[in-house]
Ligand binder design. Structure first.
Ligand SMILES: NC(=O)C1=CN([C@@H]2O[C@H](COP(=O)(O)OP(=O)(O)OC[C@H]3O[C@@H](n4cnc5c(N)ncnc54)[C@H](OP(=O)(O)O)[C@@H]3O)[C@@H](O)[C@H]2O)C=CC1
Ligand SMILES: N[C@@H](C[C@H]1CC(C(=O)O)=NO1)C(=O)O
Length: 327
């Protein structure tokens, strides 16, 4: 029997989820839920769209609810709210607030006897896993993460939540000299500001105070305050013409030494090059939706992160196929 998946929140991630579920023949997309009028939400497939006020009445038709809202203001409320009623997966990526998000979601999921997976995606998510593996293996070393050049959905979402902003895209740009020093095993000590810059393209509402918007972006804690950030105000047409895509990617690196006197250098590198940040992120969310369902079917409950999920839960391979897949 297929795993019945539903989506809450129909933006870039919601559209990505619609595509990702179709690529998994052990799953079916049963519904999309939105806070808006369903009639205004045009989907890519013939999936039925409901207003979120219908969600609880459909609890018995949904095995996993994937939360596709924004981390800045949606997920802090929605994940804990619905973890009481559904197995849920979210992509919460305000790194500094993950511990408090975990605590709230864990209490709700345990109360409902459900599994909740938070901070699933590529960073946090796949990059988190690769940082942990590399750190566990190369004990004498240094960790580095670089993103881009590409469009951060979290940072773009955070800008769009500012009053007076109609639309926005944020590019994360790695400082090439820093990346080169790391690859050369120079083990540089780098501040946040020395690794990336951020460039924002913003469409302001008619009559909005652009100076105030720019100030709110540049001083925004957890998103922009620790970076050199530039803000460009452009028209909706220019945004659609010049910044329609959502490509991204990045690198997780760990450089370290082995041998009694550190004679040998090693570099671990995991990289992603993504045409579509939301479609790739949705593929990760979909694999972890499979894991959440399976773990709950075993009687597990509470909040999990990618660190708590054995790879076998993610895979459609049988145990015999997995053993040969080791080769
Ligand atoms: N961990 C990771 O690696 C990654 C995490 N993310 C996270 O995913 C989050 C969501 O990103 P993204 O999907 O790009 O965000 P969007 O801004 O596209 O969508 C966020 C929410 O806004 C609402 N919305 C979307 N479009 C419209 C519209 N035209 N008018 C009104 N409301 C709209 C939707 O809710 P509703 O339908 O209810 O109105 C939607 O769920 C990001 O904030 C980021 O934190 C993203 C990429 C990677
Ligand atoms: N969570 C990020 C995924 C990566 C990209 C990123 C950044 O550019 O700052 N940080 O983490 C996103 O929303 O796209």
């Amino acid at each position: 029997m297929s795993i019945r998946v539903a989506i809450l929140g129909y933006g870039n991630l919601g559209k990505g989820m619609e595509c990702a579920v179709k690529q998994n023949d052990d799953m079916e997309l049963v519904a999309v839920f939105t806070r808006r009028d369903p009639a205004t939400v045009k989907t890519l497939t013939d999936v039925k769209v409901y207003n979120v006020d219908q969600l609880l009445s459909m609890q018995d038709k949904i095995d996993v609810l994937v939360l596709c809202g924004g981390s800045a203001t949606d997920l802090p409320k929605q994940t804990a709210e619905y973890a009481k009623y559904f197995n849920v997966v979210d992509s919460f990526d305000t790194h500094a607030k993950i511990p408090e998000h975990f605590a709230q979601v864990d209490a709700a999921a345990k109360e409902g006897g459900k599994v909740a997976m938070i901070s699933v995606g590529w960073d946090p998510g796949m990059f988190s896993l690769n940082r942990l593996y590399a750190n566990a293996i190369l004990r004498d070393g240094s960790d580095y993460t670089f993103w881009g050049k590409g469009v951060s959905q979290g940072h773009s979402d955070a800008i769009r939540r500012i009053p007076g902003v109609k639309d926005a895209k944020q590019y994360t740009i790695p400082v090439e000299s820093a990346l080169e020093a790391v690859r050369n095993c120079e083990n540089p000590v780098l501040t946040t500001r020395q690794k990336h810059t951020r460039e924002c393209f913003v469409v302001a509402e008619e009559g909005a105070d652009k100076a105030q918007i720019e100030e709110q972006i540049k001083t925004m804690p957890n998103y922009f305050a620790d970076y050199d950030t530039t803000v460009h105000f452009i028209t909706e047409e220019e945004l659609q013409r010049d910044h329609a895509g959502i490509p991204h990617g990045g690198f997780v690196l760990r450089t370290g030494k082995t041998g009694l006197n550190g004679e040998h250098n090693h570099v671990i590198e995991y990289s992603l090059k993504l045409d579509s940040n939301p479609e790739f992120t949705s593929c990760v969310l979909t694999a972890y939706a499979r894991a959440a369902y399976r773990m709950n079917q075993e009687g597990q409950k509470g909040c999990k992160t990618v660190f708590d999920v054995a790879p076998a839960y993610l895979s459609t391979l049988t145990p015999e196929e997995m053993r040969s897949a080791l080769l």
